[in-house]
Design a binder for this molecule. Structure first.
Ligand SMILES: Nc1ncnc2c1ncn2[C@@H]1O[C@H](COP(=O)(O)OP(=O)(O)OP(=O)(O)O)[C@@H](O)[C@H]1O
Length: 719
């Protein structure tokens, strides 16, 4: 109860005080002193402004804020008398009874009319109550917009040039209708050759100036936008390549490529073009209104009355259009995602013969997009119809009064023609000005997506600095716990549990265990693709994360079971990421990997192109190039993850020999071939995310533990 009173009292006080102030002003406006000082129209509009400002100030002082609906009501209420009087004077050359004496009935009438108008507005276009979230969203849009503008900084000279030409183009353009009117007047009145010629020359000059400036403006803006887009694409690509592996596993390829190609382009274009449109429209509108006022201020006021109606139409249209456009963008993204999936998985699709199914799936998504597009177009068509009808109605009224003004000698035919040409553009310009700011903020949606990636800090940091001159290569996993997803909501199981392992320099360790026990996960952790949730992985007693990223990957080299090659020559692929190595070093590494011979038989030897993803080579050849790529950096720790599965016995022997020839290197091998594992100095059997057994082949066989029991399951060839 007490709380209610506490909230109601300030509101009642604000209302009473505002009414009091307003009534004082209402009566004061009729004082002889005021009438004596101001002219008729000046007094009307001055009092209107005071009657808007005073109650607003009172309410603000008492309540501390001013709701939009209250602003609308106060504006209508204070301006209505001035608009009515001006309109009556202009159109009928009479005064209303209300202006002749201050009458409380007039005051009540205006108050009631404004209340009715405000009520009508509330019912037709109610204020969307802005939640905190929406306010934050708007604030965020503003910040994003300013950030995009700041990123344009290197292109400011181009943009400023564009703006200068923009202003020139608009100014020149504005004078063309004026001279059109003059030509008509000259033709319709007493024809004067010199006047006619000078009007034509000016018209021609202004047209030429406007076209040239518009061309330069467009060119400079487009250059600015394309330079910005290139910069953004590069920046984004750089940031993307630094992200951790998990990011790529959880983010769809379509989404990443769409940000790189579509959103970066959209971001520069929409923001830049919106600023362009805003400035152009502003300059044009101000210029047009002044020229129109010059031709006939009465007609200008009449024309401006159309603005609230078109504003309302635009508001309704924008709300629906934006909603449908967003839905369409999402739907388009889904379609391109479906297409991407098909292209990348075409082999699987072919082998399962699901081409028809995939085509239907794509078609379904296209149908959704089309339905949304149709709805958006229908809304657009209705809006266009309503806008045309309003415009047409206004033109009829304008022509009617224009004729009256010509008859009474207040205008010439030429001025009316000029006026009509200006008017045809004015509505569009005012509409654009009213809504462009909102549009500008909405257009940063794409920028928001790009910034989301640009600001993303990789979960696995790569800012270690350690680069020792000497590295022994001792690796130890110390009580490592790891799950692919650490989020409690995610049901992903723990892959490594209290896992400890020591890899010594000069020793070969074989990691064996049933499928899915976490062998490859150990390798991924060693490469720092992921960070363990608990425990530590040390290299020469220092945590892996403290090493310089490039140094670490040079010292720990991994050859995986499914190596990836990039398009380029064999030589490029072997020296990939290890710039400055000589052909001799490359050939030496290729020799150790048993690849030199087959490379020399290729058409261009080491300069032969391997095709996209190494598609022109066999699996074994790709594998051997990948081994050479690892060996060329002379790594201290070498990891071979099931490489022997795709090598023939001959290659396997050669590689094995080459690897054992380097006595200081730490070697970790994951293999399913007993022949490979037998040679290891230590065999580690994994089970349940832990080390179950360790020892040499001989020791483990004698122990008759899990290694002995599982050997049928562990190795592809029989023991
Ligand atoms: N990127 C990943 N995201 C989530 N889970 C994964 C990921 N990679 C592997 N796993 C899961 O982690 C577990 C261990 O996988 P890992 O590939 O390390 O086993 P593995 O012992 O090397 O198996 P294999 O001998 O078949 O290669 C499996 O249950 C697997 O499903």
């Amino acid at each position: 109860m007490a709380t209610n009173a506490a909230t109601i009292m300030p509101k009642v006080s604000a209302l009473v005080l505002s009414l009091f102030v307003d009534l004082c002003l209402f009566y004061a406006s009729d004082l002889p002193l005021i009438r004596g000082v101001f002219g008729f129209f000046t007094r009307l509009w001055f009092v209107a402004a005071l009657r808007f400002v005073a109650p607003t100030a009172v309410t603000l002082l008492i309540l501390g804020d001013f709701k939009p609906r209250l602003i609308r009501f106060t504006a209508t209420y204070s301006l209505l008398p001035a608009v009515l009087e001006t309109g009556t004077q202009v159109l009928f050359r009479e005064e209303t009874p209300c202006v002749q004496r201050t009458d409380l009935r007039c005051w009540s009438l205006f108050a009631a009319a404004s209340a009715a108008a405000a009520l009508f507005w509330e019912v037709i276009v109610p204020d969307a109550e802005e939640s905190d979230g929406e306010k934050r969203e708007k604030q965020r849009s503003r910040v994003l917009f300013m950030r995009v503008l700041r990123l344009f900084r290197p292109d400011y000279p181009l943009l400023l040039g564009g703006l200068a030409f923009l202003s020139l183009a608009v100014l020149f353009e504005m004078f063309i209708p004026f001279y059109t009117g003059r030509v008509i007047d000259i033709l319709g009145g007493r024809f004067q050759q010199s006047d006619f010629l000078s009007a034509l020359v000016f018209m021609g000059l202004f047209s030429l100036g406007s076209s040239l400036s518009a061309g330069c403006r467009g060119g400079l803006f487009l250059c600015g936008i394309s330079s910005f887009t290139c910069r953004m694409k590069f920046k984004l690509f750089e940031v993307l390549t630094r992200q951790e592996i998990k990011f790529f596993e959880t983010t769809k390829t379509g989404e990443v490529t769409s940000r790189l190609s579509r959103d970066t382009t959209l971001m520069g274009r929409t923001v830049c073009l919106n600023v362009n449109v805003l400035l152009r429209t502003f300059v044009k509108t101000v210029g047009m209104i002044s020229l129109m006022m010059n031709l006939s201020w009465k007609l200008t006021f009449l024309v401006l009355m159309e603005t609230p109606v078109t504003g309302l139409l635009q508001n309704i249209y924008d709300t629906h259009h934006q909603r449908l456009t967003l839905a369409m963008q999402d739907s388009l993204a889904l379609s391109s995602e479906a297409a991407n999936e098909v292209v990348s998985g075409i082999r699987v699709i072919r082998s399962f013969k699901t081409e028809k199914h995939e085509a239907n799936r794509y078609d379904d998504r296209l149908t959704d997009t089309r339905a949304l597009k149709t709805r958006r177009d229908v809304v657009g068509a209705f809006y266009l119809l309503a806008r045309r009808l309003t415009g047409l109605g206004m033109q009829v009224i304008m022509l009617y009064y224009g004729r009256l003004f010509i008859q009474s000698g207040q205008m010439t035919t030429g001025s009316l023609v000029s006026f009509i040409i200006y008017q045809s553009d004015l509505g569009d310009n005012i509409r654009t000005l009213t809504f462009i700011f909102g549009d500008m903020l909405n257009s940063v949606g794409a920028a928001g997506k790009v910034f989301e990636y640009l600001d993303r800090k990789p979960a696995v940091s790569t800012d270690g600095k350690l680069k020792p001159d000497q590295l022994k290569g001792r690796v130890s996993f110390q009580s490592v716990n790891f799950a692919y997803s650490a989020a409690p909501s995610n049901q992903s199981k723990t892959v490594l549990q209290d896992f400890s392992l020591e890899l010594k320099p000069g020793q070969m360790t074989a990691l064996v265990g049933p499928s899915g026990e976490g062998k490859s996960t150990c390798v991924s952790l060693l490469q720092r693709f992921y960070e363990p949730q608990d425990g530590e992985i040390l290299l020469d007693d220092e945590p892996l994360r403290s090493y310089d990223h490039r140094f670490l990957h040079q010292k720990i080299a991994v050859v995986s079971q499914d190596p990836v090659l990039f398009s380029g020559s064999v030589r490029d692929n072997i020296s990939y990421g290890f710039h400055g190595c000589s052909l001799d070093e490359i050939q030496e590494a290729a020799g150790k990997a048993n690849a030199h011979e087959f490379i020399m038989k290729l058409q261009n030897g080491y300069d032969t192109e391997v095709g996209e993803g190494g598609g022109q080579l066999s699996k074994s050849e790709k594998q051997r190039i990948a081994i050479a790529r690892a060996l060329v950096r002379r790594p201290q720790v070498l990891v071979l993850d099931e490489i022997t599965s795709s090598l023939d016995a001959d290659s396997e022997n050669q590689v094995q020999q080459a690897l054992t020839r380097c006595p200081d290197r730490t070697l970790l091998v994951i293999a399913h071939k007993l022949r490979t594992v037998e040679a290891a100095d230590q065999i580690v059997v994994m089970g349940g995310g832990r080390v179950e057994e360790r020892g040499t082949h001989q020791q483990l066989m004698e122990r008759k533990g899990s290694y002995y029991r599982l050997r049928e399951q562990l190795f592809t060839e029989n023991a």
